[in-house]
Ligand binder design. Structure first.
Ligand SMILES: *Cc1c(COP(=O)(O)O)cnc(C)c1O
Length: 378
């Protein structure tokens, strides 16, 4: 089976963890501090706060920016669920704006359509390793006095006009889950240039403690542990190398697929001003031209020994947690219905994008097998 993703770790990570285990210092120690400093430097921001998941980073970001009950937060409909779970945990209302049909990221024009007097923030998600159009989103946010939280959980090292994503909004959030560009097993980080927000984020991640005996804020236990940070330090040192190989594999696949001109398959549109790091190699399936469903295609590829990614099958506004009025916000007395939400571009694309294997260590033979199989699929 040609795997689509695989954590890339070796003896260096093992040794780094071993050293921490034997040191007996597992929480809030030098490794977390070092990892935060290095990550902030990598992104070109002043502060980084390491936490135990990307979801925790998003949740803290919303809390720091004082997003609360009834506030509206504009989000894309194609993303991992935790982008909106973080909003819901603050009892705030996710408001969906459509995606751009080529970038698969938030369409700035539609973002502006969704703004109301209750809008508090926008969460652009840099989907599949691409970047959202940050200048346009920043302009809209400034015009309406909104905050921007970047969900960069799929875009470590991606650049927008020469700057790394995550550093462009008010707060940026990353995940280090096992399959992401780099991993700490589980983990996440929040970055910002605002000292006050960084301090508050540190407090929220550790039980809202101002000091050992004072709880000044209703916080959480969202801390990253020292073992995870030790892995993160090693992985961060390898990130540019990982990305280089991921980009090479993907561009090779895209070029070869374009040459073969397969009528049912559309390769991703690339932009000069964005350095895409291809968390996925996303190809769009034209089911009519192919004569079968994307689900069937995925099964066929699997039989040929090719694993693919195939998310997200449906726009998030169709999830039960939003459509069933007994489940979530309405229970808190916040009246909101998602039953009439319909975003054209998201509906067209959902369930029809598959991610081809593009990971580190893919061999020439494996790439050839992928290309041959796609060319000959019937
Ligand atoms: C992975 C991911 C997250 C969540 O990160 P976890 O570390 O798994 O909590 C959030 N948003 C997006 C877009 C993701 O891909």
């Amino acid at each position: 089976m040609i795997r689509v993703a695989q954590p890339c770790v070796g003896e260096e990570e093992v040794n780094a963890v071993r050293e921490v285990i034997l040191s007996g210092h597992y929480v809030s120690g030098p490794k977390v501090k070092e990892f935060e400093d290095r990550f902030a430097e990598y992104l070109g921001v002043r502060y980084a706060v390491a936490v135990n998941s990307g979801t925790a980073a998003l949740h803290i970001a919303l809390a720091v920016l004082e997003t609360g009950p009834g506030d509206e937060v504009i989000v894309p409909p194609l993303t991992f669920f935790s982008t909106i779970a973080a909003v819901l945990h603050q009892c705030a209302v996710p408001v969906f704006a459509d995606i751009h049909p080529e970038s698969y990221c938030l369409d700035p024009e539609d973002v502006e359509n969704r703004i109301t007097p209750r809008t508090k923030a926008i969460i652009p998600v840099h989907l599949y390793g691409n970047s959202a159009e940050m200048d346009e989103i920043r302009d809209i946010a400034d015009k309406h006095g909104l905050r921007v939280i970047e969900d960069a959980a799929q875009a470590h090292g991606t650049e927008y006009k020469g700057q790394r994503v995550g550093s462009l909004g008010d707060i940026g959030c990353f995940s280090f889950f096992a399959t992401k560009h780099m991993t700490t097993g589980e983990g996440g980080i929040l970055v910002t240039n605002n000292e006050g927000w960084a301090d508050l984020a540190r407090m929220i991640r550790s039980h809202g403690m101002a000091d050992r005996d004072s709880h000044d804020y209703l916080g959480y236990n969202y801390r990253m542990n020292e073992m995870a940070a030790a892995i993160g330090i090693v992985q961060l040192g390898k990130l540019d190398g990982f990305n280089k190989e991921r980009i090479e594999n993907t561009l090779f696949l895209i070029n070869e697929l374009d040459k073969r001109n397969i009528p049912w398959l559309r390769t991703p549109a690339l932009k000069e001003h964005i350095k895409h790091t291809f968390f996925w190699c996303p190809v769009l399936v034209d089911e009519e031209k192919l004569g079968m469903s994307t689900k069937r295609l995925v099964e066929l590829l699997h039989k040929e020994g090719i694993e693919t990614r195939h998310r997200y099958w449906e726009p998030l506004y169709k999830q039960k947690i939003l459509t069933d009025k007994n489940v979530c916000l309405n229970r808190l007395g916040i009246q909101v219905s998602y039953n009439n939400v319909y975003l054209q571009n998201a509906e067209k694309i959902a369930g029809k994008v598959i991610g081809l294997p593009n990971r580190i260590g893919l061999t020439k033979g494996e790439i050839d097998h992928i290309l041959e199989t796609l060319s000959n699929i019937k």
